[in-house]
Design a protein around this ligand. Structure first.
Ligand code: M7G
Length: 292
């Protein structure tokens, strides 16, 4: 029905990026005069629904040649859904985030962080209201897989919104810490080792219990730079190449813990490398400072 279709009346402005291989499209448009980003993605074909597809679909022959034939198969509509994410109202930063663009690798010393990055993220970063909504059970409360309520070492583990939870192959969860003053790995010191170990251990336990997936099948990491400056840890299936997870941004949680164990100020002083998109405001700041 039109009334519960939030996309009714959506007007496309531009396609930000698309991929026939990943079968997704990122669109910038207007929803009742507000900027919106819509992400649509065809979901994987699951083995457990094959029987239903074979018995309940209509099949149209396209061509036959010797032992070869191709068909157009119309699967039952509930097996033919498009996973859709809507960001509205979207900021200019959201639009840029999803735009396909050239990236440049930035070299950020501890000093650069203090003088360039920190001032920038203090005024420019994405709102973390959605994170607070999760921590306060104002949103996604029923999706929580595990919670440790301790204010110091506690966290909430839940499915990332990139994962529709229909199959384990693209398992993707995030652990969001209860502490609110840790922006990124740059803020971590040996004081946080207990917190990180707690997330690592209990996160792995919870995933084993819930999904029967052992730790040896998991990639557990943080992003630097993250999009959202409230500390969170990504848990994905090892065999799954999550979109947007290049090697340059990922820091394995196990490594982060060891680095802090050997040097409490490791992430304060180290030079960290990360890619930034061509029109990222932070990239301009590095250029202005003559660091690129
Ligand atoms: P990140 O490393 O800060 O940024 O990770 P990235 O998106 O550039 O990787 C934030 C993670 O939180 C991403 O994996 C997002 O898909 C996920 N995420 C973002 N939002 C706004 C939400 C949300 O509202 N709910 C949930 N469950 N996950 C989200």
């Amino acid at each position: 029905a039109e009334s519960d279709n939030v996309l009714f009346g959506f007007k496309t402005c531009s396609v930000l990026s698309d991929s026939s291989r990943e079968k997704n499209i990122f669109i910038h448009g207007k929803l009742a005069d507000q900027d919106a980003v819509v992400i649509m993605e065809k979901t994987p074909i699951r083995e457990d629904v094959l029987a239903e597809i074979f018995s309940d679909s209509s099949l149209k022959l396209e061509m036959r040649n010797d032992i070869y034939s191709t068909y157009r198969l119309q699967a039952p509509s509930h097996l033919n859904e498009i996973k859709t994410t809507v960001v509205c109202p979207a900021t200019e930063k959201h639009v840029k985030k999803y735009q396909r663009q050239e990236s440049f690798l930035v070299e950020e010393t501890g000093k650069d962080y203090q003088s360039i990055t920190l001032p920038y993220i203090q005024e420019q970063c994405f709102s973390v209201q959605w994170v607070y909504n999760i921590l306060e059970k104002k949103a996604e409360a029923e999706r929580i897989i595990y919670e440790d309520q301790d204010p110091k070492v506690g966290f909430v583990l839940l499915p990332d919104f990139k994962w529709d939870q229909k199959q384990i192959d693209d398992l993707y969860l995030i652990a969001i810490v209860h502490q609110r003053d840790i922006r990124s790995v740059r803020d971590l010191t040996s004081e946080h080792i207990a917190l990180l170990q707690n997330i690592f251990q209990k996160g792995k336990d919870a995933i084993l219990q819930r999904y029967n997936l052992p730790a040896s099948q998991l990639r557990v990491y943080l992003h630097y730079q993250p999009s959202y400056y409230h500390l969170h840890v990504h848990f994905t299936k090892l065999s799954y190449q999550a979109p947007g997870c290049g090697v340059e941004r990922a820091h394995l949680l196990a490594d982060v813990i060891q680095n802090l164990q050997s040097d409490s100020d490791y992430y304060k002083n180290r030079t960290l490398y990360f890619p930034l998109r061509k029109d990222d405001g932070l990239l301009s700041k590095f250029k202005e400072a003559g660091r690129l």
